[in-house]
Design a binder for this molecule. Structure first.
Ligand code: PMP
Length: 433
């Protein structure tokens, strides 16, 4: 990889540059300085003019001056910010009991039952966690224990979490270009027909170095890679190679799960895959930290035989109440169908715009997770900041940050899609071609 082609660390995408703190003015300058003083170098903020958001509803966010911003970025509040059903479930359960997970609680078991009923039959055990990182960390431990192997294959700009194990399999977090010896990095599926061959080559490379394959770890929408969704099913050959080599498929549903892609509730389902381990996180709790690992009992046993696993807050009564309310809202408000309908509409509108504006390239994605190629990373950053000035929030993705990441809450409407597209159009008209 040449210097200019290097991966941009995921945290650098659309990030505020602390070196520019002195250029900010007024109360914003004071707030940013305070945060930098308290958080030090670990402080990451979005936008050249960071935002202070104080309340939210549906797809709208409000800053401290009462200004409304259209949220076309956030998938954590997946059923809409502060959804009253979810807020009520959390408050009610919080007022009744919330305690660690070593007592019986029907609410947690009912929620576990519901989630398992939505998976292939053989995936009949669930271990709750609190975050996507914890889910993937546990999944990697399970895969290593079950297969007795250590090799993991991931895509070139993947992000799978912030723990030591998950950072090692997150090329978008590497500051150097090299992966650790137990990791092989394959290209993002910009050429989906070549994906299986890349995975097969990575497996062969492991074998040459005397290492066996433990798992292929895949985010089914390739979010940080720059959003690659099509054609549905293109991952099947690669997964066959993995299984033939004795490895497991870990389906990371942190981005693509919970109806995001519009055509299926789970990303792996959209591709017709049968994963060995499914990891869940972010959208599961609409803002409450909750995650899970779903797998076959034998895979879970393999860890329990070697070491214990306990997670104090995971699957607690409030987490379960919130998770159940999120599922209720997705079903009752038909958010899967909304993601498909509004997502398709938005994709078409963006494609029409891209046909007229040379700054934009391909529009990819599924449901309400879209990526738009931009001529250069610096142009993408300019557009994202200019949209923020027009009170529309999106983000960046891709190895070098040259993809606009559009991923609103699932209740996004056609009118909101129109607002986004016309704001982007205005922004593009201000750009030099
Ligand atoms: N997997 C994927 C695909 C993600 O995008 C993320 C977070 N962006 C994670 C895992 C980690 O989730 P968390 O930050 O909640 O630990």
């Amino acid at each position: 990889m040449s210097g200019s082609e290097r991966n941009k660390p995921v945290l650098a995408l659309n990030a505020f540059d602390p070196g520019r703190a002195a250029t900010l003015e007024g109360e914003l300058a004071e707030r940013v300085r305070r945060r930098l003083r308290l958080y030090g170098s670990s402080s990451v903020l979005f936008y050249e003019q960071p935002l202070e958001l104080v309340r939210a509803q549906g797809c709208w966010l409000y800053d401290s001056a009462g200004i409304a911003y259209l949220d076309a970025y956030n998938n954590v509040p997946s059923v809409g910010h502060c959804h009253p059903r979810v807020v009520e479930a959390a408050a009610r359960q919080m007022g009744q009991i919330n305690v660690h997970s070593r007592y019986l609680h029907d609410g947690a078991l009912d929620y576990a039952d519901r989630l398992l009923a939505m998976q292939p039959r053989e995936l009949s055990n669930i271990a709750f966690t609190c975050t996507g990182s914890e889910s993937n960390d546990l999944a990697l431990r399970l895969a290593a224990g079950f297969t007795g192997a250590s090799g993991v294959i991931v895509t070139e700009a993947a992000y799978h979490g912030n723990t030591a194990l998950t950072t090692a399999v997150s090329p978008s977090s590497y500051l150097e270009d090299s992966a650790p010896p137990h990791v092989r990095v394959v290209p993002a599926p910009a050429r989906p027909e070549q994906f299986a061959a890349h995975v097969a080559a990575a497996i062969a490379d492991f074998e040459r170095s005397g290492r066996r394959l433990s798992a292929l770890l895949i985010d089914g929408i390739f979010s940080s890679d720059g959003v690659f969704a099509d054609p549905p099913g293109f991952l099947r050959d690669a997964v066959e190679c993995v299984h033939r080599a004795g490895g497991l498929l870990i389906a990371d549903e942190v981005q693509c799960g919970f109806a995001r892609t519009g055509s299926a509730f789970w990303g792996y389902e959209r591709h017709g895959l049968r994963p060995d381990i499914v990891t869940l996180g972010k959208p599961m709790g609409n803002g409450y930290p909750i995650g899970a690992v779903i797998t076959r009992p034998k895979i879970l046993d393999s860890l329990r035989e070697r070491e214990g696993y306990f997670n104090t807050f995971a699957g607690n009564p409030v987490a379960a109440a919130v998770g159940g309310a999120v599922l209720d809202v997705i079903m009752e408000e038909e958010l899967l169908a909304n993601a498909a309908q509004v997502g398709n509409y938005l994709k078409q509108q963006l494609q029409q715009l891209a046909a007229q504006r040379p700054t934009l390239g391909a529009v990819r994605g599924a449901g309400l997770f879209l990526g738009v190629d931009v001529r250069a990373p610096a142009v993408a950053a300019t557009l994202i900041n200019a949209l923020r000035e027009r009170r529309v929030l999106i983000g960046a993705a891709g190895r070098t940050g040259d993809v606009l990441k559009i991923r609103p809450p699932l209740c996004f409407s056609r009118q909101q899609a129109d607002l986004l597209v016309s704001a982007l159009d205005d922004t593009l008209q201000m750009q030099p071609h």
